[in-house]
Ligand binder design. Structure first.
Ligand code: COA
Length: 172
């Protein structure tokens, strides 16, 4: 029997991908996205080199993930995950999970220690994220503490970080 589900592949972002990625994010998050705290941290910063990936079916871009290097309480080695977006026509096929897994693996290989994001625990816990203990890590804007999540790329890394998150030029 032939499989009717097209297969996606995870690939590094290409130079011409920006318009498709902007379109996906605008559709998913709307104009209010620029006011979100996570966007504010990323403002004016390039995503970490080598940490921007796409999901593609044939050559069509159907998903995107980016990570930004951050310092937490002045300590480097952190990443902020986002934005992550999947074309709704291709949702629920594992592309989001595959993009996260690729990013966490490459981030670990690059020497990063902790990945933060603002999102739903019920989605991200299967990728190793947990709720940050309230008050331990602070973002420069309002965030529901139940949605501030972290994944350790090095066991115990969450215990090494506390304080305010800021964009960082490098992992250190
Ligand atoms: C959230 C999103 C990235 C998921 O991508 P995806 O490729 O559809 O997800 P996957 O195929 O990896 O996983 C699908 C599973 O996640 C679940 N899921 C999807 N969104 C969820 C959410 N917000 N909360 C909890 N579970 C969620 C699905 O129900 C499905 O569950 P199942 O495996 O038990 O059937 C995608 O739906 C999306 O782009 N949404 C809009 C933008 C967004 O919310 N981005 C994340 C911001 S934090």
């Amino acid at each position: 029997m032939q499989d009717s589900q097209p297969v996606f592949s995870i690939q590094p972002e290409r130079a011409g991908d920006e318009p498709d990625i902007v379109r996906l994010n605008a559709r998913a998050f709307g104009p209010g996205r620029f006011a979100r705290t996570a966007y504010r941290i990323r403002e004016g910063l390039e995503p970490a080199p080598g940490l921007r990936f796409t999901a593609r079916i044939d050559d069509r871009l159907v998903g995107s993930i980016r990570f930004t290097a951050v310092a937490i309480g002045g300590a480097v080695g952190g990443l902020l995950l986002g934005p992550l977006v999947i074309d709704p026509d291709y949702a629920g096929r594992g592309a989001g999970r595959a993009l996260i897994d690729r990013g966490l693996g490459v981030g670990r290989d690059e020497g990063y220690r902790l990945v933060l994001l603002v999102g739903d625990l019920s989605y991200y816990e299967r990728c190793g994220f947990q709720v940050v203990p309230p008050g331990r890590i602070l973002l420069p804007g309002p965030v529901d503490p139940a949605r501030l999540l972290a994944a350790e790329l090095v066991p115990g890394a969450l215990g090494d970080y506390a304080g305010l998150v800021r964009g960082s030029a490098a992992r250190g």
